[in-house]
Design a protein around this ligand. Sequence first.
Ligand code: C2O
Length: 550
Amino acid sequence: ASTASASNIVEHSFFVQNLTINRLCNRQVITAVNGSLPGPTIRVQEGDTLIVHVYNKSPYNLTIHWHGVFQKLSPWADGPNMVTQCPIRPGSKYTYKFKITEQEGTLWWHAHVSWLRATVYGALIIRPREGQTYPFAKPYREWWNANVIDVENQALAVGGAPNLSDAYTINGWPGDLYPCSQNQTYKLNVEPGKTYLLRIINAALNNQLFYKIANHNLTVVAVDASYTTPYATDVVVAAPGQTVDVLLTANQPVGSYYMAARPYMSLGGNIPFDNTTTRGLVVYNGAPSSATPLMPTLPAFNDTPTAHKFYTNLTGLVGAPHWNPVPLKVDYNMFVTIGLGLEVCPPNVPNTTCQGPIPGISRFAASMNNESFVLPTSLSMLQAHFFNVGGVFTTDFPANPLIQFDYTNASINSNLPLLFVTKGTKVTKLKFNSTVEIVLQNTAILGIENHPMHLHGFDFHVLAQGFGNFNASTDRQKFNLINPQSRNTIGVPVGGWAVIRFVANNPGVWIMHCHLDVHLPWGLATAFVVENGPTPATTLPPPPADLPQC
Ligand code: C2O
């Protein structure tokens, strides 16, 4: 179903439908693309136009998002449900068409409605243009891995989530530590002495993951499709939504080695979580089949020093293809608290499904600056913006939290007002080409994890990150304005903060949200409406004729 031609148009058809698979001793029905899990890997070169015809043959509403693709002047193809489009109804189709420019590396695509992305996802690999090379020695071969959790238990307080298996997977395979999975172990064959480019995608719904290969060092060369200064490490950490490209050199004695992944849960341990391990194999050509593979020692689930070291040691590769210097003049300064909170149970929700600390009375919600984001239902935000239809969103998202707190004192009692959210569809309007700086402060009063904040439509520079309260006078001194890493998803540390900066050079409506799957429906999101620029080339085009209507 795929053709790559000299005219630089890459075309795919996605048939999205139910698929029966055998996993973890059970037959399960999942929703998948073209009968495979993960779905098809899309390979393009920078500058190509990608056309994907999506046929929704599943019983669910569907949209597809191209995670990390800028979608410059093609916001109608971005995909988040009710933000840039109404869903593709069962039995309908929509064609996503967009050009991929000014970026290269590893990205991915996934469903962007309800819980479907658990099984509706795949890799999107952007290679350099013809005649261009990587800013590192050409690897012998390229592979990719995706670490995926197959299920989210009780993902939504109000039903709807499928009850699938309970495992992490590598390229869809759980690996031999899980029951009935002896033959469902991903295997990578390597030639001794050669160097491989591994593309690691954390497609898990709700967990950051540590990833390691026994006895091998890895060299990180890119994250989120932005080149990094080569960074040698024995362990990789990725938050949901993030990608990490690493070089692996088969420089160890001929044999077999496990690659393994399991969660990083920062403050985990207070509540139960799936702390199982998925593993696959790296097998050297010529290794005796009787060899017992070596197993890597993964960090403990709460090894924050190891995770923090990895996240903060990465720097951008100045001068690499698509590197952009940090804009020094800031037009909009925002201080945004992110975290979990509570809302009073809505009257129409049965008590039994209204879960939270006080069942039947309040349930979990999530917010940014105490605002819990609600998706519109009648019209997508982008249509409302383009056609000037009022009543769909308001432009009064607060640039600062309503209440100031001591985030080092993460106790529920002393911070009770912060827990209760107000609900709405509030956005920030941005002038074309303005520079935005956001201090993201993770309140961590409820909840135990970093929030992986993902921004659609842009990459941002990560200027600094740390623990405790962000201190404007001292922490600004620590900003890296020279070679910070560039990302589309940042894991904001639990009880800590991160500062990001981006240029709003892309007209449209762009959601920013936590990539833990449960937190988006809970409202941990906001959106930016970027106005048109002064020229036709910086003005939103009208929607394609087949854009799904509500
Ligand atoms: Cu990868 Cu809005 O998502």
